[in-house]
Design a protein around this ligand. Sequence first.
Ligand code: ADP
Length: 405
Amino acid sequence: MKRWFTVLVVAVFAIAAVSLVVVQFYQMRRTISISDNMFNVAVGNAMDEVLHQLGGEEEEGGTLTYQHLDALVAEQLLLNGIDMHPAVGLYDGTQRSFLFSTDPSEEGELEVSPYRYAFQPVGVVSGNQFYIILAFSKTELFLQRNSWVYVYMTLFLVLIIVAMFFLSMRTLSVQRKLDRMKTQFINNMTHEIKTPLATISLACEMLQDPTVSQDRESQKNFISIVSDENHRLQVLVETLLQSAKMADKRYRITHKEVDLNRLMERVAGSFRLSLTKRNGTIDLQLAANPSTLMADEMHLTNLVFNLVDNGIKYSDGKPHIELSTRNVDGGIELRVQDHGMGIAKEDQKHVFERFYRVSTGDVHDVKGFGIGLSYVAEVVRLHRGTITLESEPGKGTTFIVTLPR
Ligand code: ADP
């Protein structure tokens, strides 16, 4: 997906979401106003009936009491579909005082309530203007309007839509990143496989050359080139294969007793020949004792191999690699240290990601896929161990792996 298209989608979505909220808000106000009108009509009808009944009773000579008024109002409200019990009072509008009310503390509220109905009781000074006033509790009115349902439902739905939108955008962006990485990976792999193949083919051609086939020294030289490149291809294919297998979450490693010190010696041995050609050295300091642990020997060998291979790959001039082991609380720690180009701080947190490669400066010249360290991290995880690195650009890097025994 192109960048401008993503921006367009986000913008259209934002406009649509805001419009939805606005439309919902107006719709909610309309519904509330209709429901308010219906409520007022129902209260009006109930009070018409109350006034009518009170008028009849007065003609028969009855006196109005608070209890009677209160009960009558509640009854008529209920008959009109309003199951509420408002505060009630009989108010002298001329004197600005209550003849009686539900509770003197509610008289302030009653005085300002819009639900007031003119009523003339007998037996009190005529000429004054009396009212029966009702005051509904604010919470009850709010609940009656059902407005909270609209508010919460709207908010909830909008939240879900926004969350879903961001989720799909994120998935799209991850997909895009993966796509880019895949292309990059295929490019790297083609390059990585083509180079040793070309070298092997060239070395074979040279070996067939009559002048070379007569010179023992040149012959040995070309055979060792073929062997080295072949070895490199093997490790490459092995790492690719193993890391693809490990992508399956159900992948399990096999545990058996492994002597870590011996394993480190073997890996160091396999690098000695190629290191002497570059005047490099590899030092061992195997202090772990006991040095055995339950582990998958093949993966552990590949792990150390990858770390040493990187140490050599990312060292200019004469590589100097130090391997060490020691016992730590509950496990064994192994260190692979080089004095090479090091890793910048901002790259350190990414180097264990699949396909990640430092893409600046000299590092670019070194061949690789960006798979080695992600494989190493996966092996450590499967062994329930930990891996950290200490590095300073220009000074070198140390990988520290701790494995439980
Ligand atoms: P690859 O070496 O195939 O590129 P890795 O996963 O092994 O992939 O390493 C990822 C990146 O981390 C490398 O591209 C490199 O930039 C950096 N890196 C790994 N090991 C070292 C090291 N010992 N010294 C400096 N940089 C390193």
